[in-house]
Design a protein around this ligand. Structure first.
Ligand code: HEC
Length: 141
């Protein structure tokens, strides 16, 4: 029996490495999703949790509860005293979805001039996408 050509072995090895590196529908992408979820939770805890809870109802924090945020109308925490800017947005019938939340966090004041949230957006696009995902997941629970 003839031995396989060394260069054919090298090509086969390169192909195997290339295939392994491709993102597939298997365990690799599930791990990537977990990483985004963990990053989103970390961003929320570091940048939002001092002012916002995910539990419904008043917890005495400076900001409204974000429980069930995605699908909720703007200024939708009945226990929170919102700014005139957010009351005006609510009167226009705006409802939070993931795309709107992403735009909001990129520059909160630009979306709602007169907002009482200060400079507490998330400029980094990957951090922002992660926290939007985290809040969307939390809204489904
Ligand atoms: C320093 C406190 C503070 C921090 C930090 C903060 N927020 Fe806020 N947030 C507020 C306040 C106060 C309001 C209400 C603003 C108003 O009435 O104008 C608000 C409003 C909101 C709203 C609108 C809620 C609604 O019911 O329509 C969203 C969404 C939101 N914040 C998300 C976030 C996210 C996500 C983060 C973290 C990246 C964050 N906020 C960080 C204080 C904060």
């Amino acid at each position: 029996m003839r031995r396989p050509e060394p260069h054919l072995i090298a090509i086969a090895a390169a192909l195997a490495v290339g295939l392994a590196a491709l993102p597939g529908p298997g365990a690799g992408s599930a791990a990537a999703q977990d990483t985004v979820a963990a990053r989103g939770r970390a961003v929320f805890e570091a940048r939002c949790a001092s002012c916002h809870t995910l539990a419904p109802g008043d917890e005495g924090l400076p900001g409204p509860s974000l429980a069930g945020l995605i699908g909720r109308r703007v200024a939708g925490d009945p226990g929170f005293d919102y700014s005139p800017a957010l009351h005006a947005a609510a009167a226009r019938g705006l409802v939070w979805d993931a795309a709107m939340l992403d735009r909001f966090l990129a520059d909160p004041e630009a979306m709602f001039p007169g907002l009482w949230m200060g400079e507490n957006g998330v400029r980094d696009a990957a951090d922002r996408a992660a926290v939007v995902r985290f809040l969307a997941d939390a809204s489904r629970r």
